[in-house]
Write a protein that binds this ligand. Structure first.
Ligand code: SF4
Length: 463
């Protein structure tokens, strides 16, 4: 997909920039509640085991970081006391063993992702031990994606050598921005040189097409000129994929963000200019846009899958792996199991208590009803393939699309007027530059947004 970005005006971006979910799930995490817990989770694991269709996706959460960056919105435990990790790993392994025991017929894995926090807070030996434990319970299939988030400030060449030898094939590096002034403002000093050195070593030992960068726009002191310079340096390192996220300022949820100087934030129009700068530079450099915030080199499997309409979406974002079940391990981790989402305890002490008592540490979630399943399908089709075929939906769910969505379709009118969405007899399709606003199109089909407009501020902005 090529976007003629010069035709997306700032005014248009401003008009469609509104709070909205990223739809890594539907219903979104805002709808999770404590009426769903361990009992429902065990029942769903039994169902997953019985279905035994596609291989599994596993997510492992390592919550620790040495320091907390001021801008961070992740679930993080900041501590320089590295010994905390040993205890955590002990409990994490117990959780993995217990969940695996519920899945005697379902052990094949096609995707493993370690996120955080900082997974490389662990020592190479701890990483080896945890990987061995996972492999003792699950079979990582040939060609599986083994991905890990790495912080260039704490990740050593020895870490990379260990990860390479264990079969990891994708590294996600948090970069945000290379400007020293911005890094000072967000409390994260990360030099270009240390990032470049890590990328160089990773490529040398075999991570040839598995380097992802995360950039963030909308941070304090970010200005178009300096961001443009940072993008020069990003392009010099030539990552295979990039995610370019809008900074979500939620100091009422994340108290560490109160350390940011609000008067240093770019104005809303400047923030959107930052986004347009990134978009123009990345497309100009030959990257392919996937959704509104992901980019990949044209022969990357994500870009190929996007062209072929095979993209999938889960809590890790876009993926090419056909996975119906993702199991989350670790404090605050979320699992996506067929007909329900399940989230583990966010507090470490509660996570430990549950496992000590022989319980699986799920504390909230959401079970899908028929309407959720239908809308999830429609929303994910739009988010991944920008098109939803009405007849296919009718056949799959036994409905009449136009009748069922008679209150949703009028909400596409603004996008249709702009030429961003076509609502034809056969399909609803997001076209051309409208792909930048795919979240807005998906929101038209979200029953929960319709029901409680007042909760919209729980989400980041769509642009
Ligand atoms: S941004 Fe990354 S390194 Fe910084 S606190 Fe958050 S998870 Fe840790």
């Amino acid at each position: 997909m090529t976007l003629p970005t010069e035709s997306v005006s700032l005014e248009t971006l401003q008009r469609f920039d509104r709070p909205g979910p990223r739809y890594t799930s539907y219903p979104t995490a805002v709808e999770f509640h404590d009426g769903v817990g361990e009992g429902e989770y065990r029942a769903m694991l039994a169902e997953v085991d019985r279905l035994a269709d596609t291989p599994l996706s596993l997510y492992v959460h390592i919550p620790f970081c040495e320091h907390r960056c001021h801008f961070c919105a992740c679930h993080v435990i900041a501590t320089p006391h590295a010994e905390v990790a040993a205890r955590y790993l002990d409990y994490l392994k117990r959780e993995i063993s217990e969940v695996a025991s519920q899945l005697p017929n379902r052990r094949e894995v096609v995707q493993l992702h370690w996120g955080g926090g900082t997974p490389t807070y662990l020592t190479p030996a701890q990483i080896e031990g945890l990987t061995a434990h996972i492999r003792s319970h699950f079979t990582l299939l040939e060609g599986a994606e083994l991905a890990i988030e790495v912080d260039p400030r704490v990740t050593t060449c020895e870490h990379l050598d260990t990860l390479g030898s264990l079969g990891f094939n994708r590294l996600s590096l948090g970069v945000q921005d290379f400007s020293v002034s911005v890094q000072e403002a967000i409390g994260r000093g990360q030099t270009f040189e240390e990032t470049a050195e890590l990328v160089r070593h990773a490529r040398e030992i075999g991570f040839h097409d598995g380097i992802n960068f995360d950039l963030v726009y909308g941070l304090p002191r970010q200005r178009t000129e300096t961001f443009d310079d940072a993008l020069d340096r990003v392009l010099e390192l030539a990552p295979d994929r990039l995610a370019v996220y809008s900074f979500a300022f939620v100091p009422w949820v994340k108290s560490n963000q109160r350390r940011l100087e609000t008067e240093e934030f770019p104005e809303p129009a400047s923030k959107l200019e930052l986004y347009l700068t990134a978009l123009g530079r990345l497309l100009g450099a030959g990257y392919v846009a996937i959704g509104m915030d992901h980019f990949a080199v044209p022969d990357d499997e994500l870009a190929v899958a996007a062209r072929q309409g095979r993209l999938e979406r889960n809590f890790m974002g876009y993926t090419v792996k056909p996975v119906s079940t993702m199991i989350g391990f670790g404090v605050s981790a979320i699992g996506d199991l067929v007909d329900g989402y399940f989230q583990n305890c966010k507090k470490l002490s509660t996570y430990y208590e549950a496992l000590d008592a022989g319980r699986l540490p799920v504390e909230r979630g959401c079970l899908l009803d028929d309407d959720d399943r239908l809308r999830r399908h429609v929303i994910m089709q739009l988010m991944c393939n920008f098109r939803v075929e009405k007849k296919a939906v009718d056949d799959l769910f036994g409905i009449d699309f136009n009748r069922y969505f008679r209150s949703s379709i009028p909400r596409l009118a603004e996008l249709e007027d702009e030429g961003f969405v076509m609502n034809g007899d056969a399909a609803v399709e997001v076209v051309g530059d409208g792909r930048l606003f795919v979240r807005n199109a998906a929101m038209a089909f979200d029953r929960y947004l319709e029901a409680k407009a007042e909760t919209k501020s729980a989400f980041s902005r769509t642009v």
